[in-house]
Design a protein around this ligand. Structure first.
Ligand code: IMP
Length: 192
């Protein structure tokens, strides 16, 4: 069965192809010639992931899944949340995003935070969400060179290293995205 992953990101596509059952042929947006601007105007990551999955299903007639991720900082009432990519502006600079977050968090005692990934799946018969959460702490200064986004300032629970210091395989095992993908994969396997 063909299934579209609503992304143009080739790295995400490669990772997902390795994980999903081989009986599913995973296509990217490029593969179905979808270069439309999909307006993600929900104020939740659940809403935005479903907007993408529904858009592809409704306009291209193919089963589709889409992911959306945010970092939620408890002392900032869940900021940056759905705005994680563009927290410090439309340039989507990871460095500027981290600086803004560290400024807003400075002086607050509670440094707890969590990443949440939601995968939305849409077919003719099914509309479902799969959620992965990874809890941790924000540290005061970025550490580590690996990963992307907020990885250098996020230390997952029960670890001393940031996500940017952990090898990718170690991060994938415990990450929000890894966990959401695991739930989705189990669901697909059970549906075969
Ligand atoms: P997306 O929904 O996967 O595009 O993620 C939205 C934004 O959340 C990204 O631009 C990053 O700023 C942040 N983000 C998502 N996943 C991660 C992660 O695993 N580590 C650090 N930051 C992340």
């Amino acid at each position: 069965m063909e299934i579209v992953f609503a992304t143009h990101n080739q790295n995400k596509l490669i990772e997902v192809k390795q994980i999903l059952p081989s009986s599913f042929k995973v296509l990217s947006l490029n593969d179905i010639n979808c270069f439309d601007e999909i307006i993600e105007d929900s104020n939740t990551i659940e809403g935005n992931s479903m907007i993408k999955a529904r858009y592809v299903f409704e306009n291209y007639g193919k089963a589709c899944f889409a992911d959306d991720t945010g970092l939620f900082v408890n002392a900032l009432n869940g900021e940056p949340g759905v705005y994680s990519a563009r927290y410090a502006g439309q340039t989507k600079s990871a460095k500027a995003n981290m600086s803004k977050l560290l400024d807003k968090l400075s002086g607050k005692a509670d440094k707890t935070a969590y990443f949440k990934t939601v995968i939305a799946y849409k077919t003719a018969d099914v509309e479902r969400l799969f959620t992965g959460i990874c809890k941790g702490q924000i540290i005061e200064k970025p550490k580590g060179e690996k990963g992307f986004g907020y990885d250098p300032i996020f230390v997952p629970e029960n670890y001393t290293e940031t996500f940017a210091e952990l090898p990718p395989e170690a991060k994938n095992k415990i990450s929000h995205r890894g966990l959401a993908l695991k739930l989705f994969t189990t669901y697909l396997n059970d549906s075969l």
